[in-house]
Design a protein around this ligand. Structure first.
Ligand code: HEM
Length: 164
């Protein structure tokens, strides 16, 4: 076994170990999301198991899987922005929501990306009405081969200009 993909059972607490302890270092060559990677620098025993992660092994942190785990996010396929309301955010388990990774080597462009997305969204929402295009196939199915998360066939939105 050249790579170790940790099962969701260990999920959040194991993700903390992999991300924040110095046993695992960043995998430089792999691009981000929907998974990110660490490389084991020292053989590590997963607590209370007979599972060892040997030095040199890659560990894949399946953040997409964690984000869709009903144990952490009830009814995970439902679009519910209130999950991120200030009152609810504090109830979220650590290391379960990691769109930009976590720990000392998380995404360096996170603030820039969030700012850019908010500006783009506010300008388009101000000027256009959004409609889901018939070209979008529902329920969405995700590409399995790509490294970047993307819907098969694309996610098409029709925009109607709002007259001033
Ligand atoms: C929505 C947009 C973005 C998402 C979802 C995203 C996500 C991620 C994720 C998951 C990682 C891996 C973090 C980890 O291993 O803990 C990462 C790393 C990184 N991202 Fe982003 N990213 C985004 C935009 C950007 C932008 C705009 C930049 C640069 C301007 C950027 C630069 C980087 C760099 C340099 C790293 C490697 C950091 C390191 O290894 O220390 N990202 N990103």
């Amino acid at each position: 076994m050249s790579n170790f993909i940790f099962k969701q059972k260990y999920s959040a607490c194991f993700a903390r170990v992999v991300i924040d302890e110095h046993i695992f270092r960043n995998h430089e060559e792999i691009p981000p999301a929907p998974v990110f990677l660490r490389k084991c620098t020292k053989t590590y025993q997963v607590p209370d198991t007979d599972v060892y992660i040997k030095e040199g092994l890659s560990v894949l942190i399946p953040c997409y899987g964690l984000h869709r785990d009903p144990e952490y996010f009830p009814d995970p396929e439902t679009f519910d922005p209130d999950r991120f309301h200030e009152q609810n955010k504090s109830k979220m388990w650590d290391y379960t929501y990691m769109p930009f990774g976590d720990g000392p080597r998380n995404c360096i462009g996170m603030r820039f990306a969030m700012l850019q997305a908010k500006i783009a969204l506010s300008l388009t929402l101000k000027n256009f009405k959004f409609r889901l295009s018939k070209r979008t196939k529902l329920p969405l199915k995700m590409e399995k081969k790509g490294i970047i998360l993307a819907a098969i066939g694309g996610l098409w939105i029709d925009l109607d200009p709002i007259s001033p």
